[in-house]
Design a protein around this ligand. Structure first.
Ligand SMILES: Nc1ncnc2c1ncn2[C@@H]1O[C@H](COP(=O)(O)OP(=O)(O)OP(=O)(O)O)[C@@H](O)[C@H]1O
Ligand SMILES: [Mg+2]
Length: 255
């Protein structure tokens, strides 16, 4: 579904990532981990068509990406809701841009608000919602567009641990219903393993590259709190951390 071939991303003379090759299958949940500043968001932005590679190509479903993509849903770390619009209005926004009529927008937006557990909250403004609820609105806002690929940049890192577990389970439930390709960035190795089909490790930057790729062969559906107690989870954690740790240390040493 996503094909990244020999991609190098640069800002002026600064080469953030070099020669990255990465394929994400249809319905695959890929998690990317790596030290801070190594180029994770940059890679996501290349997939979204927000940044152009210095060399190499990015393709979605076989079509080379150039410019902002319609088939992509992007879940940002920070709140991306419009504060002057209600939960309902925020969720229907994308369909408005697609010129979907009001009745259909209403039907779909209400259905999605219900799916993310916000029935009855449609008239609230973002400031009248909790952090977890705002994140749910954002999820509905992205999923209502039925994107082929969902990109997530540390979507839950600002939430407290309990809300985070809840949201991770919610996300898995929604994803399980209708599997899309997902590329998720996270600092949280536990989250990467609990959610992903595969965890890819990026090297410390500059000129970051992929140093390892670990398949996560834990059955689904998963409960993120329980799966962490599985001995296979612990083994994977140890293996991936062994790979990631050195890069995190390098990244600190370079500062
Ligand atoms: N617009 C820009 N102009 C110049 N340099 C940039 C720009 N955007 C990112 N960089 C640099 O590119 C590198 C990779 O940045 P990126 O945001 O992709 O890192 P990251 O892995 O997402 O980090 P974090 O985990 O902290 O979010 C960093 O060194 C950053 O300073
Ligand atoms: Mg980032």
């Amino acid at each position: 579904m996503v094909g990244i071939e020999n991609v190098t991303m640069a800002f002026g003379n600064f080469v953030a990532v070099e020669n990255v090759n990465l394929q994400v299958g249809d319905g695959e949940f890929l998690a990317i981990v790596g030290p801070t500043g190594c180029g994770k968001s940059t890679i996501l932005n290349a997939i979204a068509g927000l940044l152009k590679p210095a060399s190499g190509t990015v393709a979605i479903d076989g079509a080379t990406v150039s410019g902002v993509q319609n088939e992509i849903g992007y879940l940002f770390q920070q709140d991306a809701l419009l504060p002057w619009k209600t939960a309902f209005e925020n969720v229907e926004l994308g369909l408005m841009f697609r010129r979907v009529n009001a009745a259909e927008r209403r039907e779909k937006a209400m259905a999605w608000l219900e799916k993310v557990g916000l029935k009855g909250f449609e008239g609230r403004y973002p400031h009248q919602l909790s952090g977890g609820q705002r994140k749910r609105v954002q999820m509905a806002q992205v999923l209502i567009m039925e994107p082929k690929v969902i990109l997530m940049d540390e979507p839950f890192s600002a939430l407290d641990i309990h809300t985070r577990h809840l949201m991770q389970n919610e996300l898995l439930r929604l994803w399980q219903e209708d599997r899309r390709a997902v590329v998720m960035i996270t600092h949280d190795l536990e989250e990467a393993i609990a959610l992903g089909d595969r965890v890819v490790v990026l090297a410390a930057g500059p000129k970051s590259r992929i140093i390892d790729s670990f398949p996560v062969d834990l059955e689904r559906p998963r409960n993120v709190a329980e799966i962490k107690l599985d001995s296979r989870f612990l083994t994977l954690y140890r293996d991936i951390w062994a790979s990631l740790r050195g890069e995190v240390e390098k990244s600190y040493a370079r500062r």
